[in-house]
Design a protein around this ligand. Structure first.
Ligand SMILES: Nc1ncnc2c1ncn2[C@@H]1O[C@H](COP(=O)(O)OP(=O)(O)O)[C@@H](O)[C@H]1O
Ligand SMILES: [Mg+2]
Length: 254
């Protein structure tokens, strides 16, 4: 089944918002998704009300070889499962280095526990850095979804990212299937449309048709520990993430 890493090395572009609401949209379709929070900031865990006080009960416990991935799964009230993160996860590279074993650790764990055989999708929320943790996500994933927020450094960042993914393809010896999705889109701004044009030219069919609009419900929902569907089911944000899921399914990405 599909394992999607939601990645961009830039912070604040909508990785967590996209991971959360894509997972929630999958749950609404009864697809029983599992979200893995691989960002030591643990925002996805906090918003889903699945944060854990002890690092060993988070995905860090898996890296420390104290727990299996399955043992760390928490059922969120919102109807999906989460393997939570914890700030201790930031110690992974200093504790375990950057060798091939640690970089492939998540992939090996998922395969050994046959989580990829379960027939349910896995969404991995990455941290804003192409370090050991994000490499773990990209190596474990079958697909990469890249949110790009509509600001003036967006195109520059996306091109940098494309170069990083191309470099990784040499190591992986396969193409990294990816889609780019525009977030925080404001149709009233001329710059937003210019950015769409530039990204379309650069990424062609890999750029999703669906754009996630700048929407207050998406900004607010984390404060209430909710995904956008539970917070404001009729909002533009809820519609956009529902459309995004439909598009990803229809195009065979998911
Ligand atoms: N489409 C959107 N409309 C309004 N606010 C958004 C949108 N997407 C993200 N945000 C807000 O922007 C901030 C950064 O988003 P986040 O998903 O945490 O980014 P990242 O995980 O890439 O750092 C958060 O406060 C989030 O609520
Ligand atoms: Mg985040």
């Amino acid at each position: 089944m599909t394992i999607i890493a939601v990645f961009n090395q830039k912070g604040g572009v909508g990785k967590t918002t996209t991971s959360l609401n894509l997972t929630a949209a999958l749950a609404r379709k009864d697809m029983d998704p599992l979200a893995i929070d691989l960002d030591p900031q643990a925002h996805l865990s906090a918003i889903s009300d699945t944060a854990v006080p002890l690092g060993e009960n988070s995905v860090f416990g898996f890296y420390k070889e104290l727990k299996s991935l399955a043992e760390l799964v928490i059922q969120a009230e919102a109807g999906y499962r989460v393997i939570p993160s914890h700030f201790e996860l930031s110690k992974v590279d200093s504790l375990f280095g950057k060798g091939p074993k640690v970089i492939n650790r998540l992939k090996s764990g998922i395969q050994a526990e046959m989580l990829d055989q379960a027939g349910t999708p896995i969404v991995i929320d990455c941290c804003p850095m192409l370090g050991v943790l994000s490499l773990n996500a990209i190596f474990a994933a079958t697909r990469v979804l890249v949110p790009i927020s509509t600001d003036f450094l967006a195109v520059k960042g996306a091109l940098q990212l494309e170069r990083s993914l191309k470099a990784l393809e040499h190591v992986l010896k396969k193409r990294v299937e990816r889609r780019y999705v525009i977030t925080r889109f404001d149709s009233r701004r001329k710059l937003s449309w210019e950015i769409v044009e530039q990204l379309r030219e650069k990424f062609g069919k890999e750029l999703c048709e669906t754009r996630i609009a700048e929407n207050v419900a998406l900004t607010e929902s984390p404060a209430y520990n909710r995904d956008v569907f539970r917070h404001a089911p009729h909002s533009q944000g809820a519609k956009d993430y529902e459309f995004l899921l439909e598009e990803l399914i229809d195009s065979g990405f998911l």
